[in-house]
Design a protein around this ligand. Structure first.
Ligand code: C2O
Ligand code: CU
Length: 526
């Protein structure tokens, strides 16, 4: 969509010049937005460790029109937290102040095609992209991050990401803790050297994804929170390039899950308790945690427990520079020891401390008795799609294909407004690793998970509720039910950012079904 502004820019480029103007594209607004925000991505320096400056890339936000509380600053290097209200009409102007192309994707949000942040919309240095959408998602914890092809991993790693929280009035009616009794934790791991976040990709990183040796929460090391002894709503987001966490409380208390990413669980599903919760890259989970059940003055930590799915990176000591170090050192030995069919990839060998919580020495306050929203009616119709995930020669494949900017195959078309059962099969095999699969522009339900989740992780999966990203373990077949509502070209991909950048990503088209093609393609795949 060309607007007056960029037509003017194009004219200003002068006759005979082949320069491509920085495009400003936007969807046509039906009405003036309630909220106009500007997000600028640029270099910054922050102080994360005493006496040191750390170079980062960062989103800076401004409210140009509407509620000034729509942006909440983040303490470390993350972008401001966007707090949107369901039903609100939003315009967001993205300005690229980086020295490379970029574009923002609103992860988990049901936005029109033009506002999805597909890599084909990436704008160059100095470019601008205008998003317009109405907030249609229910109350929940979402994310925003860059999505230029091949650069998502490094841009996120260097600091470009933020939380996006959708609020609704009815949350109060459910008795959920109010905003002052809420905490959001964006969990990331980084390789830190000389107080800098070091992004280097070796062959091992292309395979495992980039794994760090230091945990940062909300862009800060050694995160610590003070809480009052009452129920709190905790929003946990894994914003790591590749690491899978096994989230637990240091004192062994179970976690009470009220949401699994794209909204709250329903009343029928109820609050689900787990001894720990397994969270893959860009998955979120919402907890209702009663800190009043601890003794006042208690200190507890949110940890990631060790698990057996040790990644090759960990065997190499977490920061090896070359593949050979690992191969010759502990790497191959460890891998062989676990059997070639064992899970490789982003696991971990030891417990990590993520954040500390100090419970105030105050009298316990009872807090609310929370309920959950009624279930949503399932979509009608049963289209079927099947996608095989494979990883070989250090590259990920989706039904044998890799990313192409504009291509859509017959088995990548989903009918609009009807239910599609999308089956993902993770082959496992030699390069067995979990893949966090994400579909843009939709929220889905998990109908079935069969096969291989490792015994020490399966217990920590919460497959209820709506999600937009699902961790699929080697040997597993996961069936999703999805009903796209926005027409157009969206995408699905592995959200291990190094797999994504490496091409484990494809377009999918939401629109009228193309009958013959679908049938032919299904036939050839079964
Ligand atoms: Cu969160 Cu296509 O990404
Ligand atoms: Cu993957």
């Amino acid at each position: 969509m060309w607007t007056r502004r960029n037509v003017l820019q194009a004219l200003g480029a002068g006759a005979g010049l082949v320069a491509v103007p920085a495009p400003i594209r936007r969807a046509l607004a039906a009405a003036e937005p309630d909220l106009i925000l500007r997000l600028t991505a640029r270099r910054d320096e922050v102080s994360l460790w005493p006496g040191a400056r750390t170079a980062v890339l960062r989103y800076f936000g401004q409210v140009l029109h509407g509620r000034t509380d729509a942006l909440k600053p983040s303490p470390g290097y993350l972008g401001p937290t966007l707090e949107l209200r369901r039903g609100e009409r939003v315009r967001i102007e993205f300005r690229n102040g980086l020295a490379e192309p970029s574009i923002i994707h609103w992860h988990g949000m049901l936005v029109p095609e033009s506002a999805d942040g597909h890599p084909r919309f990436a704008v160059g240095p100095g470019g601008e992209y205008v998003y317009e959408f109405t907030v249609r998602n229910p109350a929940g914890t979402y994310l925003y991050h860059p999505h230029p092809h091949g650069r998502t991993g490094s841009q996120v790693y260097r600091g470009l990401a933020g939380l996006l929280i959708v609020r609704e009035d009815r949350e109060r009616a459910y008795g959920l803790p109010a905003a002052e009794h809420e905490l959001s934790l964006a969990i990331q791991d980084r390789r830190v050297d000389d107080n800098q976040l070091v992004f280097k990709r070796t062959m091992m990183d292309d395979m495992n994804g980039v794994l760090g040796d230091t945990v940062l929460v909300n862009g800060m090391p050694d995160a610590a929170f003070r809480v009052t002894p009452r129920p709190w709503r905790l929003r946990l987001a894994n914003v790591s390039n590749a690491r899978v966490y096994k989230l637990a409380w240091s004192d062994g208390r179970p976690l009470s899950v009220i949401g699994t990413g794209n909204g709250l669980l329903s009343a029928g599903e109820g609050i689900q308790t787990r001894p720990y919760v397994v969270l893959g890259p860009f998955e979120r989970v919402e907890l209702l945690e009663d800190f009043g059940a601890r003794r006042p003055g208690a200190e507890i930590a949110l940890v990631s427990r060790d698990f057996a799915g040790v990644g090759m990176m960990d065997m190499m000591g977490g920061g090896a520079d070359g593949m050979m170090d690992g191969m010759m050192g502990r790497g191959m030995g460890g891998m062989m020891g676990r059997g070639m069919g064992g899970m490789m990839g982003p696991g971990q060998g030891e417990e990590l401390n993520l954040a500390r919580f100090a419970v105030a020495a105050a009298a316990r306050s009872p807090g609310e008795t929370s309920r959950l929203p009624p279930a949503e009616a399932p979509p009608q119709g049963r289209h079927e799609l099947r996608t095989r995930l494979a990883f070989r020669h250090m590259q990920g494949f989706l039904n044998g294909r890799r990313f192409e900017m504009a291509a859509v195959a017959g088995d990548e078309r989903l009918p609009l407004g009807k239910g599609t059962v999308w089956t993902f099969v993770n082959d496992g095999g030699m390069m067995a690793m979990p893949h966090p699969m994400h579909v843009h522009g939709v929220r889905f339900r998990i109908l079935e998970r069969s096969g291989g989740a490792p015994a020490d992780l399966g217990e920590g999966l919460v497959d209820a509720g709506f999600k937009d990203t699902v961790l699929i373990f080697p040997g597993e077949t996961v069936r999703l039910l999805v009903a796209p509502t926005e027409p157009g070209l969206f995408m699905y991909h592995c959200h291990n950012l190094e797999h994504e950048d490496g091409g484990m990503m494809r377009n999918c088209l939401f629109g009228p079904p193309v009958r013959g093609q679908d049938r032919a393609r299904r036939g050839s795949l079964q």
